[in-house]
Ligand binder design. Structure first.
Ligand code: NAD
Ligand code: TYD
Length: 350
């Protein structure tokens, strides 16, 4: 692939993926980052990439729901590959207001597929990024495999399930060369502090309450974001066309345990709270999320045995790196928390 369209490349995983692709992987082509810049997109996170890779990196502010605009971008940049991250991604927002999830996640994916189909053999690969949440909730001892049936429980996961089905149908019906990955919960640098781990890290640093939903015993299978990026690139290079791959970190953890670990690490790194209590005293159990999935856990045997991918980080090493990143990147944190990054976007992109 010479001209890879990365949709949603200004979001959390997209930023990490573009960094990995240009700085670490053996990809030699050009990245065209197409992002609408919703509240979750922050191109400031890639300003050094824009400066250092001006010949191999282009940013285009565009909405994937706008098919005409997308069509122009496909032709102008001679797009021959797609890695599709763009989505509304936060479950709580999908419960409060599902509209954008239906538009971006379903219609936006359809537009990218349809424009790819119209360009016949020019598109060498369409890789679709999805989530394990499409499979619904697990009881103890069970794991999601690539054969698990879809049972999404939130508007977010239902919209992602729908997009997965569309991608599959374009392979089966039109022979579009697609691959799909369904990944567990990511954490790491540049994650918007509405998701559990960055929210708890920043609240704990800033001595604010740590709101844990329900009884705090819901389980997620955490994966450090760079490990997700290496998995995506492995699939894009070596995956079989038409196949889906589950990606997970073998790091199942109850939410309360995650929050306690963050508290304990911070007590050691920056000392206890101003009132000398341990940070765990900030934990506050709040009303549960409606339809809250109890447990997610991934069986990633297929990608490991067939493509040789393995995560590098354990939950402990990844979490420590993440906490240190949020402590070291005060300017990024202040810009995001104050909304200053939105002014920056207005100045640069109107
Ligand atoms: P994010 O919310 O941080 O970023 C999403 C990006 O998409 C933002 O930059 C946003 O501006 C952009 N975007 C939204 N609507 C758009 C539109 N209509 N047109 C163009 N751009 C648009 O999300 P993330 O956590 O980086 O997730 C990226 C992808 O990975 C999503 O598809 C998500 O479903 C999937 N995923 C996420 C996780 C996770 O734990 N974060 C796990 C598995 C899969
Ligand atoms: P989240 O980061 O929103 O990811 P997802 O819902 O996609 O798994 O939430 C991770 C888990 O943490 C989930 O079980 C909900 C819970 N949670 C809280 O307990 N408190 C919070 O403030 C948030 C944002 C999440």
């Amino acid at each position: 692939m010479k001209n890879l369209l990365v949709s949603g490349g200004a979001g959390f995983i997209g930023v990490n993926f573009i960094r990995y692709l240009l700085e670490e992987s053996n990809f030699e082509g050009r990245v065209i980052n197409v992002d609408k810049l919703t509240y979750a997109g922050n191109p400031e996170s890639l300003s050094d990439i824009e400066a250092n890779y001006s010949d191999r990196y282009v940013f285009v502010k565009a909405d994937i729901v706008d098919k005409d605009r997308l069509s122009v971008i496909f032709d102008k940049y001679e797009i021959d590959g797609i890695c599709h991250f763009a989505a509304e991604s936060h479950v709580d927002r999908s419960i409060a207001s599902p509209d954008e999830f239906i538009r971006t996640n379903i219609i936006g994916t359809y537009n990218l597929l349809e424009l790819s189909r119209q360009r016949g053999g020019r598109i060498r690969l369409f890789h679709h990024i999805s989530t394990d949440e499409v499979f619904g909730s697990l009881d103890k001892e069970e794991y999601f495999t690539e054969e698990t049936s879809y049972k999404p429980n939130s508007p977010y996961s239902a919209s992602k399930a729908s997009s997965d089905h569309l991608v599959r149908s374009y392979y089966k019906t039109y022979d579009l060369p697609v691959t799909i990955s369904n990944c567990s919960n990511n954490y790491g640098p540049f994650q918007f502090p509405e998701k559990l781990i960055p929210l708890m890290i920043l609240n704990a640093i800033q001595d604010r309450a740590l709101p844990v939903y329900g009884d705090g015993l819901n389980v997620r299978d955490w994966l450090y974001v760079r490990d997700h990026c290496t998995a995506i690139w492995t699939i894009m290079k070596k995956g079989r066309i038409g196949e889906t791959y589950n990606i997970g970190g073998k790091s199942e953890m109850e939410n309360t345990k995650v929050v306690e670990m963050i508290c304990d690490y911070l007590d050691v790194i920056i000392g206890k709270r101003p009132n000398r209590e341990k940070r765990r005293s900030l934990i506050s159990f709040v009303t549960d999320r409606p339809g809250h999935d109890r447990r997610y856990a991934i069986d990633s045997n297929k990608i490991t045995s067939q493509l040789g991918w393995m995560p590098l980080e354990s939950f402990e090493t990844g979490l420590l790196k993440t906490i240190k990143w949020y402590l070291a990147n005060e300017q990024w944190v202040n810009s995001v928390q104050s909304g200053e990054y939105l002014n920056w976007i207005k100045q640069h992109y109107g």
